[in-house]
Ligand binder design. Structure first.
Ligand SMILES: Cc1cc2nc3c(=O)[nH]c(=O)nc-3n(C[C@H](O)[C@H](O)[C@H](O)COP(=O)(O)OP(=O)(O)OC[C@H]3O[C@@H](n4cnc5c(N)ncnc54)[C@H](O)[C@@H]3O)c2cc1C
Length: 292
């Protein structure tokens, strides 16, 4: 079903956007989800730590989600890239690689981009033997040496978290790594000083940034984490704009906590907030949390 002006435009087809679209569809709101097909976990074969889906391929999760959405007549999916979003008096106009779209509310679920240190071999191993989150991938490296890259309190904390899992935990400084090489079942790390080390896997914190320019285009409040400031209901500093998933951060949480389940939960909250806004725009504007 195609609408002239959609009740909601959801940008992003990862777990946050897919769940937001489901929530809106179940409430008989017209929703267009636009997905450019570039997912943060695009290199990952098996994702973990999501009860009922532990070990499921991320592609398979997205396929199942699209199957769920296909049951709702008011939900439309489009494979395209949104290029710009502009706020109008009563909604938004978005320019996409597939034409112009109008919507009354907007849900941003465009995720974050990871920028890896410039070490040969890291990109090839990213999402495989190299990852950022021990909750997602630590167990898979159990009882073998695990490496960590970085320094400071967050790395010391990560080291302590990994102690019960690895046979040993080896910490490398940012400049220690010369090259990494994928092995049949593990990773060979060439160091600047000292012999090469064979590991089951390696954790590091890449630098991250918004994957899309819409938060900036709309002038949304941001947090020092580089994420869009949201409340627990996915409301941003603009009343008609909601945000969910890795790109957003609830201020009360000390750090963003990216996960598939967390992104889907945030997508549900943002979808429900958009539904509430569409039903009662005036009172939602009045009770908006960020009118400071
Ligand atoms: C290496 C790695 C491994 C991970 N493993 C796990 C794991 O095992 N378990 C777990 O729970 N979590 C894991 N995560 C975290 C998980 O992948 C993220 O938390 C989750 O994908 C966030 O979902 P999202 O919907 O916010 O963003 P994403 O899944 O990144 O989706 C973003 C969406 O926005 C779209 N998009 C961006 N810009 C545009 C645009 N201009 N126009 C249209 N569409 C656009 C993209 O195409 C995509 O559809 C892992 C992350 C990484 C990096």
């Amino acid at each position: 079903m195609e609408a002239d002006t959609y009740d909601a435009l959801v940008i992003g087809g990862g777990p946050a956007g897919l769940q937001a679209a489901l929530t809106l569809g179940r409430m008989h709101r017209t929703v267009l989800l636009v997905d450019s097909g570039r997912y943060r976990n695009g290199t990952v074969a098996h994702s973990h730590n999501f009860v009922t889906h532990d070990g499921r391929a991320p592609d398979e999760l997205r396929r199942l989600a699209r199957e769920d959405l296909a049951r709702y007549a008011t939900v439309e999916l489009r494979e395209a890239t949104v290029e710009s979003v502009e706020e109008t008096e009563d909604g938004f106009v978005a320019r996409t690689s597939d034409g112009t779209v109008e919507a009354r509310t907007l849900i941003l679920a465009t995720g974050m981009t990871d920028e890896l240190p410039d070490v040969p071999g890291l990109a090839e191993a990213w999402g495989r033997e190299v990852a950022n989150c021990p909750f997602c991938h630590g167990h898979e490296f159990a009882d073998r040496p695990i490496g960590l890259v970085g320094e400071g309190p967050s790395i010391a904390e990560l080291e302590a978290i990994l102690v019960p899992i690895g046979s040993e935990v080896i910490t490398f400084g940012h400049h220690d790594l010369v090259k990494v090489e994928r092995l049949e079942d593990g990773l060979l790390v060439q160091r600047r000083a000292g012999p090469a080390v064979e590991l089951a896997g390696l954790f590091l914190h890449p630098s991250t940034s918004q994957a899309a320019p819409f938060a900036e285009q709309l002038g949304l409040d941001m947090l020092p984490s580089g994420c869009v400031r949201v409340d627990a209901l996915g409301r941003t500093s603009r009343p008609r704009v909601f945000a969910a998933g890795d790109l957003a951060h609830v201020e009360e949480l000390p750090v963003p906590m990216p996960s598939i389940l967390g992104a889907a939960a945030a997508g549900q909250a943002a979808g429900a907030s958009a539904v509430r806004f569409l039903a009662n725009p005036d009172s939602e504007v009045e009770s908006h949390p960020f009118t400071d």
